[in-house]
Design a protein around this ligand. Structure first.
Ligand SMILES: [Zn+2]
Ligand SMILES: [Zn+2]
Length: 81
């Protein structure tokens, strides 16, 4: 069975993640997130959902993007009346 590349656990339920031409092997989503998920540039948390991309910058939410000066970013577009 394949070994997790993060914690080296040799686990029969391990799985592969194919990303950007590379194959990564993990025993758990926790390890996959640890290795693969981008980090919010404001608060440092792992971005597991869609996150917010502003140019070359990644944030976990619109609040963090705005805190770093990305004022155009909002979580949802409110209908302005
Ligand atoms: Zn692992
Ligand atoms: Zn954040």
């Amino acid at each position: 069975m394949a070994k997790c590349e993060v914690c080296s656990n040799d686990y029969d339920m391990s799985f592969e993640v194919h990303a950007q031409g590379q194959v990564h092997t993990f025993d758990s989503f926790e390890c996959a997130i640890h290795r693969m998920a981008p980090q919010c540039e404001h608060c440092g948390c792992r971005i597991v959902g869609h996150g917010v991309q502003a140019g070359d910058h990644w944030y976990c939410c619109a609040h963090c993007a705005r805190a770093e000066g990305e004022h155009a970013i909002v979580d949802r577009a409110e209908a302005r009346v």
